[in-house]
Design a protein around this ligand. Structure first.
Ligand code: NAP
Length: 254
C-alpha cells in the first residue's frame, strides 16, 4: 500500500506518495530505496582521479542534507569511504542524522574513518561478508560499530537484497544510496531502486567516473524511465527526481 511521507523543507511541508515494497499486503520486505548523487552535465560523479568535492553548488549540498534527514539510513560503498572519508551526518539543515551504512565486503573502512572516529561508530553499520577478516570485525565492534555479516552476491560482494532485508528487520523503512558509482550500479542491476533524486550541475568534465555503469541495456526500449518527475532549481543546479520504472518489471536477481 502506498503511504504518505511528509517532508519539511525551508518552512514548507511537501507530501510524497511512497510505494513501499509490500508483498500481498504483508509487512514490507525491504526499505524504500532512493538513489541520490550529484553529477555534471556529462554524467560524471567525479573526475578521472576520483575528486568529487564539490560537483554541486552549496544550495544542492543543503538538498543532500535534507535527503539524509528525511531517510532512516544513508548507504555508501567502501570506495567512497576510502576516497572521500564522509561523515554522512546532517549538518546544513535541521534534522536527525540517519543510520550510516557502509557496504564493505572485506571491511576495508579504516578505524580512523569519520564514520567510526570521534564517537561516530555507534551510529554506523558495516555490512560485510565472510571475506572480512575477524581482526577487522573485532576492531570495528570494539569501537562500537555494528558489523552485519551478510551473504555474498555472484561477484563475492555484499548481497544487497539481503542487506535491505536485515535493515527492514531493525525498523529501517527508507534508505538513501549516496554513492559511489559502483554501489549505485549494483542497486540498479538488482532492480532495488524505487526513486532517484539526481543533482545536475552546469559543469562538464569529459573523462571521469560515470554515475552509473553497465546495466546490460543495448536497446533504447529497455531504458529505465522515471515517472512522476519533478525538476527543481537549487542555486545554479537542477534536482531531477522521480520514481523508477523498469521496462519489464523488476529484473530477476537470480
Ligand atoms: N558525486 C557524487 O554524488 C558522489 C557520491 C559518492 C561518491 N562519489 C565519488 O565516487 C567515487 C567512489 O566510487 P566507487 O565506485 O569507487 O566506490 P563505491 O561505489 O563507493 O564503493 C564500491 C565498493 O563497495 C563495495 N561493495 C560491496 N558490496 C557491493 C555491491 N553489492 N555492489 C557494489 N559495491 C559493493 C565494493 O568494495 P569491496 O569489494 O571492497 O566490498 C565496491 O568496490 C569517489 O571518487 C567519490 O568521490 C561521488
Amino acid at each position: 500500500m502506498p503511504s504518505i511521507r511528509r517532508v519539511a523543507r525551508a518552512g514548507q511541508t511537501t507530501e510524497i506518495l511512497e510505494e513501499h515494497p509490500y508483498v500481498g499486503g504483508e509487512a514490507p520486505t525491504r526499505p524504500s530505496v532512493t538513489v541520490s548523487y550529484a553529477q555534471t552535465l556529462d554524467g560524471r560523479v567525479a573526475t578521472a582521479t576520483g575528486e568529487s568535492k564539490w560537483i554541486s553548488c552549496p544550495d544542492s549540498l543543503r538538498f543532500a542534507h535534507e535527503m539524509r534527514a528525511d531517510n532512516d539510513a544513508v548507504l555508501v560503498g567502501a570506495g567512497t569511504v576510502c576516497k572521500d572519508d564522509p561523515r554522512l551526518t546532517v549538518r546544513h539543515v535541521p534534522g536527525r542524522s540517519p543510520l550510516r551504512v557502509v557496504v564493505d565486503s572485506t571491511l576495508r573502512t579504516p578505524p580512523d574513518a569519520a564514520v567510526l572516529a570521534d564517537g561516530a561508530a555507534p551510529g554506523t553499520v558495516l555490512a560485510v561478508t565472510d571475506r572480512a577478516p575477524a581482526k577487522r570485525r573485532e576492531r570495528a565492534l570494539s569501537l562500537g560499530a555494528t558489523v552485519l555479516r551478510l551473504p555474498s552476491d555472484a561477484y563475492g560482494r555484499v548481497d544487497l537484497a539481503a542487506l535491505l532485508g536485515e535493515l527492514v528487520a531493525i525498523g529501517i523503512g527508507s534508505v538513501m544510496v549516496e554513492g559511489g558509482a559502483t554501489l549505485i550500479t549494483g542497486f540498479f542491476r538488482t532492480g532495488l531502486v524505487d526513486r532517484v533524486a539526481v543533482c545536475v550541475a552546469p559543469k562538464i568534465l569529459g573523462d571521469g567516473i560515470e554515475a552509473i555503469g553497465d546495466l546490460g541495456i543495448r536497446d533504447l526500449s529497455q531504458s529505465l524511465t522515471l515517472a512522476d518527475v519533478a525538476v527543481e532549481p537549487y542555486g545554479v543546479d537542477l534536482i531531477l527526481s522521480g520514481r523508477v520504472v523498469y521496462p519489464d518489471g523488476v529484473p530477476d536477481r537470480g
